[in-house]
Design a protein around this ligand. Structure first.
Ligand SMILES: C[S@@+](CC[C@H](N)C(=O)[O-])C[C@H]1O[C@@H](n2cnc3c(N)ncnc32)[C@H](O)[C@@H]1O
Length: 220
């Protein structure tokens, strides 16, 4: 599915989020902090935006953008050919990196797509250095407040319709709606981060509570 939507992924993102998505990625990079001259990993990097922002913000760091979709990596490589980022094929459930390797691990819209968030977070914990920082951007199920019917309508009908016209793939964007509604609530996800071993876990919501950014660190 991710291979198929790769060519239209960026345009769809900008339209669907009304231009807000890059601001959230900048917040992710800010929370990940400065890797110094160490390694920073952006997992599920897709077309590479977070890895690219990281590299521009902290040029002394060494950046890896990793994903299991080769088409996504191809787009990333094309878009950021001028940047010194190592694009690597890897599966977040079985990371091909040694223990204690990274100063930070970031990931946008990964956990919603895996079967077992805890297992992936433990794997990320394993590859982080002690004191290393984790930052996760994802959609989060909206709360049942006065805005809920409008948000639900947008997710149920608006996003799949945009998917049909922009990405020619209504099914992929219906999947986004389904996987968002069925995903952990922000507080539940924070608890899973703690269970995986992270400390200082906290989160912030954006876009009427439909986007969550969680962060934490591996104990020194
Ligand atoms: C919605 S895209 C997000 C891309 C990017 N992080 C962003 O901010 O736009 C989700 C990405 O996660 C990748 N992905 C999903 N499951 C994965 C896994 N188990 N290992 C590696 N990448 C995965 C997909 O290939 C896809 O590129």
């Amino acid at each position: 599915m991710f291979d198929d939507i790769a060519p239209s992924y960026d345009l769809m993102n900008r339209v669907m989020t009304m231009g807000q998505d890059q601001g959230w990625r900048r917040f992710v990079v800010q929370k990940a902090g400065d890797p110094g001259n160490g390694w920073a990993l952006d997992l599920a990097t897709g077309t590479g935006d977070i890895a690219s922002l990281m590299e521009r913000q902290h040029p002394a760091g060494k950046n890896i953008g990793a994903d299991f979709s080769l088409n996504m990596l191809k787009e990333a490589k094309k878009r950021f050919a001028d940047q010194a980022i190592s694009w690597q094929a890897s599966d977040a459930t079985r990371l091909p990196y040694k223990d204690n390797s990274f100063e930070s691990v970031t990931f946008g819209y990964l956990l919603r797509n895996v079967d077992d968030s805890l297992q992936v977070l433990k794997e990320i914990h394993r590859v982080l250095k002690p004191g290393g920082r984790v930052v996760c951007l994802d959609t989060t199920p909206p709360e049942k407040n006065i805005l809920y019917p409008f948000i639900r309508f947008y997710f149920r009908f608006g996003i799949p319709l945009l998917g049909r016209f922009i990405a020619s793939d209504e099914a992929a964007y219906s999947y986004l709606t389904g996987s968002t509604m069925g995903f952990h609530k922000a507080e539940e996800l924070a608890a899973i981060f703690r269970k995986a071993g992270f400390t200082g876990v906290d989160y912030k919501k954006f876009m009427m509570g439909t986007i969550g950014i969680h962060w934490g660190k591996k104990e020194e």
